[in-house]
Design a protein around this ligand. Structure first.
Ligand SMILES: [Mn+2]
Length: 441
């Protein structure tokens, strides 16, 4: 008898949620769901909309979970560890599987290297056993690792020192190699490079160095891969950032080639920037690669998607759905949640956020697009806005609930999660860890 692989050993220790608990909870709520679903179906039919088609769309929708999101996050001041936090990438995959089991809206996981560095075969086996796949890889050249020769204190891909840039390029190429071995087909590059003082960096030369390094990474991409660059206005650098806004990001993607496109993160802009318009602009030139969902009040707060401003989330999806409907073949954006959970259970937050993103997606599908186009043609600003508001005001909860039930998930994921006592059970297996921040990118 052969000894078990690491993935098999992990599988033996995994805590799961009993399917019978999900089934009994769904059954108890079924009469109410039936009534609500039928009532909404009738209401939508009066507007010529087929509720079952919308439910199928909700079922087909997926948003990736970032592996680091299942750990408790932190702020620049402190981190308060939670009970039963994942100790390693296998624990993280277990938690991601729970999120998918209950919400049925999160079929894939986005890994972060080196935080999740492990034997690719073990990763692949574990994910396959859990029914998960791998989304885009994320490289990390914004902090130093214990075994690292050169420091990223003054930058990585744009560093003044050629050997440091080379080290950062090599790390990204290693991420591609790991990604190839686990079935990923994308690399997201976000760098913390920038400057804290006027005069600290020669802005043009620094950008040239960044572009040169990115071209080396691009050259290592397999044919079917996508390279996503993610901009961020400030933090950790507070005076200037090398990839600071969508315009610079567009220039980078344009310079690199057809496999490069831009990633938009809701929190990475100046306050009050019209993010839905950025979506439209990048898409117009075929350079919208994907979207990172979260919410914010003041800056890159990384709060739960839809927690603060669900209307803005809806407006972003109004653009995304418009694109989806106009170019169904070509438009395949990478969607990921990118949040930090400081005061909530990460599993509960990620399930709730996935449902909020799915809700905005379905609400955007309710927009009467011919009516909207007619209002726009007539310059009828008031009625155009009302067309959007009518979709946004529709409570699509029964559609989301039905989609989950159809797919084998829970009608009420958070309640079933609490009833299952999963967190308390893994708390017995996973000792509490303190340590540094939760990794916010
Ligand atoms: Mn992000």
């Amino acid at each position: 008898m052969s000894s078990p692989s690491p993935a098999e050993s992990q599988a033996a220790m995994s805590e799961t949620i009993d399917e019978a608990l999900i089934a009994s909870s769904n059954q108890a709520a079924d009469p109410v769901l039936r009534a609500d679903y039928d009532a909404l179906g009738e209401k939508l039919l009066r507007n010529g909309q087929d509720i079952d088609l919308l439910t199928r769309r909700a079922q087909a929708f997926g948003v990736a979970i970032p592996s680091w999101g299942v750990g408790t996050g932190g702020t620049r001041f402190a981190r308060f560890p939670g009970v039963g936090e994942p100790r390693n990438v296998f624990d993280k995959l277990d938690d991601c599987a729970i999120i998918q089991q209950l919400s049925r809206a999160t079929p894939s996981v986005s890994l972060h290297i080196p935080w999740d560095h492990e034997d690719p075969q073990a990763l692949r086996e574990r994910a396959a056993a859990l029914g998960l796949s791998f989304d885009a890889m994320n490289s990390n050249t914004f902090q130093d690792q214990a075994d690292q020769e050169r420091s990223y204190k003054f930058g990585s891909l744009s560093h003044t020192d050629a050997a440091t840039r080379e080290q950062a390029v090599e790390h990204n190429i290693r991420c591609i190699e790991i990604g190839k071995a686990i079935g990923s087909s994308g690399l997201t590059v976000w760098v913390g490079d920038g400057s804290n003082f006027p005069g600290q960096s020669h802005m043009s030369a620094q950008f040239d160095r960044y572009l040169d390094a990115m071209k080396q990474i691009y050259a290592a991409l397999p044919e079917n891969w996508q390279l996503f660059t993610e901009h961020k206005m400030y933090e950790p650098a507070f005076y200037s950032t090398v990839v600071q806004d969508w315009g610079t990001n567009y220039l980078i993607a344009q310079e690199l080639g057809p496999q490069a496109s831009c990633l938009v993160d809701l929190g990475h802009h100046a306050p009050n920037v019209n993010i839905e318009m950025i979506v439209a602009r990048l898409a117009r030139f075929g350079k919208l690669g994907g979207f990172h969902f979260n919410d914010s009040k003041y800056g890159d707060d990384d709060l739960d998607a839809g927690a603060i401003d669900p209307f803005r989330l809806f407006l972003v999806f109004n653009e995304l759905v418009d694109l989806e409907l106009r170019q169904t073949e070509k438009f395949k954006p990478a969607y990921m949640l990118d949040q930090s959970h400081n005061v909530t259970d990460p599993i509960e937050s990620l399930m709730t956020s996935a449902m909020e993103v799915q809700r905005a997606y379905i609400q955007a599908h309710l927009v009467d697009r011919p009516a909207l186009a007619a209002c726009q043609e007539d310059n009828d600003a008031l009625m155009a806005n009302q067309v959007l508001k009518r979709a946004y005001r529709t409570d699509v909860e029964p559609i989301l609930q039905q989609a989950r039930v159809n797919a084998g998930g829970a009608m009420d994921p958070v309640q079933v999660f609490r009833d299952s006592r999963y967190r308390q059970r893994v708390g017995q297996l996973r000792p509490m860890v303190s340590g540094a921040g939760g990794g916010i990118v």
